[in-house]
Design a protein around this ligand. Sequence first.
Ligand code: C2E
Ligand code: MG
Ligand code: MG
Ligand code: MG
Length: 294
Amino acid sequence: ALPQNGSLRIQNYNETLETQQRHRLHLQQAVRGATQRGEMSLAFQPKLSLATQQVIGAEALLRWYHPELGHVSPADFIPLAEASGDILSIGEWVLEEAMRYIVQWRQQGLLNDRFHIAVNVAARQLARKDFAQNLLTRLAKHNIPERFFALEVTESGLLSDMHNARIQLAQLTEAKIAVAIDDFGTGHSSLAYVKTLPFSTLKIDRAFVLDLEKDTVDRQLALTITQLAHAVGCNVVAEGIETAAQADYLRSIGCEAAQGYYYARPLPADEFYRWCTNWKPHPNLTPATESVNG
Ligand code: C2E
Ligand code: MG
Ligand code: MG
Ligand code: MG
């Protein structure tokens, strides 16, 4: 009976693998053209100053609703779109859509000088020799001052062409566009990136925020990342804040800004607009004047 069992298990295992691969292939094909079919949208998650509790901006996060598959997480489809190259056209759609909202919200008076919209960019996008120029041209076309716009780059993706990445980022920071290293501390070469590439912001990954209350090592890591960022002239944004205690600790170590379910989930554009107009900074906090980007 044993060998039979064994081969049966192997067969099931292969079937599972095959099913998974078929599912991924299906997803990868479905992603293609999803923007043109109107299945994609942007959600916006507010970023707050930890010192003043004022909204300093928002991160645009891609959402995909497929008629049969339902909601598909970007964590699942972004890597597939990166592998297929579809991320390039999706990324352009994200940039255009984000700029469309910036124009609209400026007209509605939501955006002031201390309010930016940050867009995530994939390594494949940054690998293009004309990425920065293309972005600056788009901003000019929409009459959007650079300070309203920011980028987040996931560190794991930069590796392939550091030389070009540096040229693109230098052009953007020169134009006063805030650029953040996303998910800082979770990749392989965080420190090499800090050394080589011109960033203005480090985003502390949620992995370091999650257990801040009970894990002294995580508290030490968050403190060290914040000090490192400040030492090299960067701002710090923490992601994934879910409790007041996490926010309090991060504020106490000088982390400038925070983002997380504790304040708001990523919201559809109209809800985000309403959330911003209703948001009241906590009255007991001492007002501070500094602002951050990223
Ligand atoms: P990210 O850029 O690090 O974005 C933060 C993720 O954490 C988002 O997941 C957000 O919904 C989630 N999040 C925020 N606050 C909390 C919290 O308090 N608790 C928990 N548990 N999660 C929180 P999301 O929207 O699923 O996006 C996943 C990743 O997909 C993003 O990570 C980003 O790397 C990528 N992504 C999303 N939109 C785009 C895009 O337009 N272009 C590219 N290239 N990547 C994108
Ligand atoms: Mg991000
Ligand atoms: Mg992040
Ligand atoms: Mg993250």
